[in-house]
Design a protein around this ligand. Structure first.
Ligand code: NOJ
Length: 601
């Protein structure tokens, strides 16, 4: 336990048990480490817990394997063909908001690269592709007063290319890029947004609904409400009303979702026959100290303030959960206000919101350890209302993002929690993935490890816990614009070389691995002998990177050939001839993504 540490007094704490030196009774509380050490003693070592054992097996037939992107993160073409500005265009062009002042003006230029993007998807062998529509590309001022046909045409062509490749589109209507014109009249804080969103949704149902059978109304409403209008680290970057704006925004987001769902349900479902729902993000929350009731309560509070904020009204009873209602009301009253800062739904609104889902769309990445943290009464903010702080375990593996620790076990727990809390809805995971930073390494073993273990936990949720999981989308197809951190953090299966104006996409090792999981529909048991699905290799997964600079002409050709051969040694290449017999200059950094075969250089 903590004790008197000689010259340093009571400051450094070495104890497996915390001692409260302010309390005359000196109460001792076991720390996580105490529990952990007790387990080591009990087990006489560190055996792999049963639930951490790898599970071999397959996902249900017709499981949807997908990969996800979002318009602002990949499309570029920010002013092309009549596109209107979005709040992200404005935000990224505001100095100091984004790492390196990066922006999505060009990003991966997907607006001009349908063919290349679909080619990557084909190679991954995904059955589905999740992408979002840029509202202001289709409706430049956010309203249906004027439809930008050129913008809409991009999505028509993309959808046609996907269908031709037998890939089912999963279309998100709103992935954070609100038309700036709507922000100018208050954005999500102005309740007229509900009607604007419904009109936008209707246009897309009308124009794309004969081909799109999977709709997601909103992506991560929590981020729009909290990061956009509370914390201010996402567009529109509002942080001056942190105790009110996020709740007002959340209120309108829920209503907008419900209206779009009803519209589809009543007017389009019968003839178009698709699914429509919402994607909600959540971490899993564990009590920091599993032996402290208070930390348990903190975990529950954390989840109800995060996933429950949106899921409770939609998937349960049309209203906010009791945890949020009680805490926000009590704090508001203590602050001298006459009513809660959390708006209330009317009875008819509750009826309208309740049950507006066809499936549960889930974005999940990581786990946190929670404990209670009471903010002083005077602080008006979502964080203070929640009254919970979080840390992570130092033994958890890191990623390229400070908030993302590798914690596969939390994925299964969250899936099971959703099943229990929301009455066993069909679930589609619409995002899950890991980032990296720094120099590119195509051998991204960390991503392979992440997907292998997270997908395996999902498999356990299905096979052992009876979770009705229908699909999994990995985030993300290719490196792209990661919001406030710009291009610094990369989540892609394909690397995008931004220094080359043609923005070539090259597969990382994880692309092959993910495509293998897809071919196997899970993890075949090695005890059953070699499985053919394990032999499939990602086409085009032979990446050759050469940094050479030389001039080739007839005199030097034989030297050059030797050079090439040396550079290519060990790689499945066969150089048969130099195609250009006069002079060709090769400079700097060359990347090729190729299949096995004969190449002419
Ligand atoms: C959630 C968001 O939907 C997506 O846009 C983002 O890139 C990933 N998480 C990773 O942070």
């Amino acid at each position: 336990m903590d004790f008197f540490e000689w010259l340093n007094g009571y400051e450094p704490r070495f104890g497996l048990h915390e001692v409260d030196f302010n309390d005359p009774n000196r109460p001792r509380t076991p720390r996580r480490s105490a529990v952990y050490y007790a387990e080591i003693i009990r087990n006489n070592g560190i055996p792999l817990p049963k639930e951490d054992e790898f599970l071999y097996g397959e996902f249900p037939k017709n499981f949807c394997w997908s990969v996800a992107t979002a318009a602002y993160q990949i499309e570029g073409a920010w002013r092309a063909d009549g596109k209107g500005l979005s709040i992200w265009d404005k935000y990224t062009h505001t100095p100091l908001k984004i790492s390196n002042d990066d922006n999505g003006d060009v990003a991966c230029d997907s607006y001009h690269k349908i063919e290349e993007d679909v080619e990557m998807l084909k190679r991954l062998k995904v059955s589905h592709y999740r992408f979002s529509i840029s509202w202001s590309r289709v409706l430049p001022d956010g309203t249906t007063r004027y439809v930008n046909e050129m913008g809409l045409n991009y999505y028509e062509r993309l959808i046609d290319a996907l269908l031709a490749a037998n890939i089912t589109p999963q279309v998100t209507l709103y992935h954070w890029d609100l038309p700036q014109a709507l922000q100018d009249v208050g954005g999500w804080e102005n309740d007229t947004i509900v009607q604007r969103f419904k009109e936008y949704a209707e246009l897309l149902f009308q124009r794309l609904g004969d081909k799109v059978k999977f709709w997601i109304t909103l992506n991560e409403p929590y981020n729009t409400a909290y990061l956009g209008y509370g914390f201010g680290t996402a567009a529109p970057g509002i942080s001056v009303r942190p105790g009110r704006a996020p709740y007002v925004v959340g209120h309108n987001l829920i209503k907008a979702h419900a209206e779009a769902w009803h519209l589809y349900n009543e007017t389009y479902r019968a003839k178009q026959g698709g699914l429509i729902s919402i994607t909600i993000n959540s971490d899993w929350a564990e009590p920091r100290n599993p032996h402290k009731q208070e930390d348990f309560d903190a975990a529950r509070q954390y989840l109800q303030f995060l996933i429950g904020w949106f899921a409770h009204p939609i998937f349960k009873n049309g209203d906010y959960n009791e945890v949020m209602k009680t805490r926000i009301r009590e704090r508001s009253l203590a602050q001298g206000l006459s009513s809660s800062r959390l708006p209330e739904f009317t009875e008819s609104e509750k009826q309208r919101i309740k049950g507006t889902y066809d499936y549960f769309g889930l974005n999940h990445y990581t786990t946190v350890l929670t404990y209670k943290y009471e903010y002083s009464t005077g602080i008006l903010s979502y964080d203070a209302d929640r009254g919970v702080a979080s840390v992570t375990d130092r033994s958890w593996l890191n990623s390229g993002s400070f908030w993302l620790k590798v914690t596969p076990f939390g994925f299964r727990k969250l899936l099971r929690w959703i099943k229990e809390e929301y009455n066993n809805p069909p679930i589609y995971v619409t995002e899950n993935g890991i980032s990296e930073r720094g120099a590119i390494d195509f051998n991204d073993t960390w991503r392979i490890h992440y997907h292998r273990n997270y997908i395996n936990e999902a498999l356990k949720a299905v096979l052992l816990d009876g979770v009705d999981l229908r699909g999994y989308a990995a985030w993300t197809l290719m490196d792209n614009f990661e919001w406030a951190v710009g291009f610094d953090e990369r989540f892609g299966f394909y690397h995008v070389n931004y220094t080359d104006p043609t923005l070539p996409r090259l597969p990382k090792a994880s692309a092959s691995y993910y495509s293998q999981i897809i071919s196997c529909n899970g993890f075949p048991d090695p005890a059953m002998g070699p499985h053919p699905c394990l032999e499939t290799e990602l086409e085009g997964n032979h990446v050759l990177t050469i940094s050479y600079c030389f001039l080739m002409n007839s005199d030097t050709r034989h030297h050059t050939r030797t050079g090439w051969q040396r550079a290519l040694s060990g790689i499945r290449f066969n150089i048969t001839q130099c195609r250009n017999s006069t002079v060709c200059a090769f400079c700097s950094f060359w990347n090729w993504s190729t299949g096995p075969g004969t190449y002419f250089i």
